[in-house]
Design a binder for this molecule. Structure first.
Ligand SMILES: Cc1cc2nc3c(=O)[nH]c(=O)nc-3n(C[C@H](O)[C@H](O)[C@H](O)COP(=O)(O)O)c2cc1C
Length: 182
């Protein structure tokens, strides 16, 4: 069992802490976990060429942009489940996470049925961020397992919230049970 977390925050802050907590809890079940910090990777924006989709058999399912995303594709496909984490920016998901999502265009048909959970953190209002994560997951045919939101502004604020820790533990348990039931 392998669960990969994808962190869409450009800073070492609340989203990263939430993902680490969730993965730590998932790992207690014996699952392998890995956290992908998008901020540490060079991932260019999708250029819309659609050659991953219509470029013929030799291109289909591959992205022509040679950057760190190429290293990530195999991990994303191998993982039994994903955890998507985003800070809330203007009541939406972060551009960093959206950029990543756009670059999954070559693999999205292969994500069908993969369980996924969503985490979002905002200073005062989550807005549409969880809906954004749900919409992406649903378009990819993934199995939406659940979500946790938090309110925090400064980078270490979420880590002091004991009740949030419990909610993350519960979501991790739900994800593990979903994987075990498959
Ligand atoms: C560009 C930008 C836009 C933001 N927009 C919102 C917002 O619409 N609503 C909100 O409550 N917080 C907003 N925030 C605050 C962040 O969501 C908050 O600081 C959060 O803790 C960041 O998560 P992180 O520590 O994982 O980066 C915004 C922050 C930035 C930098």
């Amino acid at each position: 069992m392998k669960v990969v977390g994808i962190c869409g925050s450009p800073r070492k802050g609340n989203t990263e802490w939430m993902l680490r907590k969730l993965l730590e809890e998932v790992a207690k079940s014996g699952a392998d976990t890995e956290l992908v910090l998008l901020r540490e990777l060079a991932i260019k924006g999708c250029d819309g060429c659609l050659s991953c989709d219509i470029g013929g058999a030799e291109r289909k399912g591959r992205c022509r942009i040679q950057d760190d995303m190429q290293r990530i594709y195999p991990k994303l496909l191998e993982a039994d489940a994903w955890a998507l984490g985003t800070p809330v920016y203007f009541e939406l998901l972060s551009g960093m996470l959206k950029n990543f999502m756009d670059r999954t265009c070559p693999i999205w048909p292969k994500l069908e049925g993969k369980p996924v959970v969503g985490l979002a953190v905002a200073e005062e209002g989550i807005g549409k961020a969880i809906e954004n994560l749900k919409t992406y997951s649903s378009l990819c045919g993934m199995q939406w397992v659940g979500w946790v939101t938090a309110l925090a502004k400064t980078p270490k604020q979420a880590s002091r919230d004991k009740e949030l820790e419990k909610r993350l533990e519960r979501l991790a348990g739900k994800l593990v049970n979903t994987l075990k039931a498959r």
